[in-house]
Ligand binder design. Structure first.
Ligand SMILES: Nc1ncnc2c1ncn2[C@@H]1O[C@H](COP(=O)(O)OP(=O)(O)O)[C@@H](O)[C@H]1O
Ligand SMILES: O=C(O)C1=C[C@@H](OP(=O)(O)O)[C@@H](O)[C@H](O)C1
Ligand SMILES: [Mg+2]
Length: 198
């Protein structure tokens, strides 16, 4: 777990911390959406611990995600992912970036729903493709036509990601701007919740 504290928290970050209280902030969405990058940035701005579940899985298994898929298959990877996420979400507050399939798994999604506020980083196919095609560490994209695979995953998964508490559009825009939009959306969501309970 990395824990970095910004020297000066912005007013936006302070307001977000105040509404978040002890809840976790959990990033979900497709590969390339920016969960790992934006999650880390938001954690840094909030002065909260940050965990990327793929990194945590690699740490506990002492294998890379690709090695896990190749050696044990996707089903075992999902079981490990569920266990790691359950443990991480037991306490808060922290920022957790999940791998793209976590929220799609029924068991894991229920844990996320109970464990904090979920943020879907939603992006269109060209944005995702532009980002993922530069690296080859994602086993699900090692297909003959990875862009089509990504498109198929979008069609399957977007109806499920839509259940997240908050949606922010991830696009060709500065990361700190996307991070600020995440914080605004979290504040709006939690303030709305408070109004409904009054
Ligand atoms: N707003 C952005 N602008 C430019 N590049 C971005 C942005 N958000 C993410 N990226 C880059 O896109 C790539 C994929 O992002 P990553 O955080 O690994 O996505 P995910 O964890 O959702 O798969 C990384 O190289 C990351 O730095
Ligand atoms: O979409 C998926 O099922 C996966 C996404 C990956 O994480 P990122 O979304 O961070 O790339 C990683 O967990 C694994 O390769 C499976
Ligand atoms: Mg990631």
């Amino acid at each position: 777990m990395t824990h970095s504290i910004s020297l000066v928290a912005s007013p936006l970050a302070e307001r977000t911390r105040a509404v978040l209280k002890r809840r976790n902030l959990i990033f979900v969405g497709l590969m390339g959406a920016g969960k790992s990058a934006i999650g880390r940035l938001v954690a840094n701005q909030l002065g909260l611990p940050f965990v990327d579940t793929d990194n945590e899985i690699e740490r506990v298994s002492r294998m890379t995600i690709s090695e896990l898929f190749a050696t044990y298959g996707e089903a075992e990877f999902r079981a490990l992912e569920t266990r790691v996420i359950r443990r991480l979400l037991r306490s808060g507050p922290k920022v957790v970036s999940t791998g793209g399939g976590a929220f799609i798994n029924d068991k894991t999604r229920r844990q996320i729903e109970r464990g904090g506020i979920s943020v879907w980083l939603k992006a269109d196919l060209d944005v995702l493709w532009e980002r993922v095609n530069k690296r080859d560490h994602r086993p699900l994209l090692k297909t003959e036509n990875p862009k089509l695979t990504l498109e198929n995953l979008m069609n399957e998964r977007y109806p499920i990601y839509q259940r997240a508490n908050v949606t922010v559009i991830s696009r060709d825009e500065r990361k700190d701007i996307i991070a600020a939009e995440v914080m605004e959306a979290v504040i709006a969501h939690l303030s709305q919740g408070r109004k409904n309970h009054e």
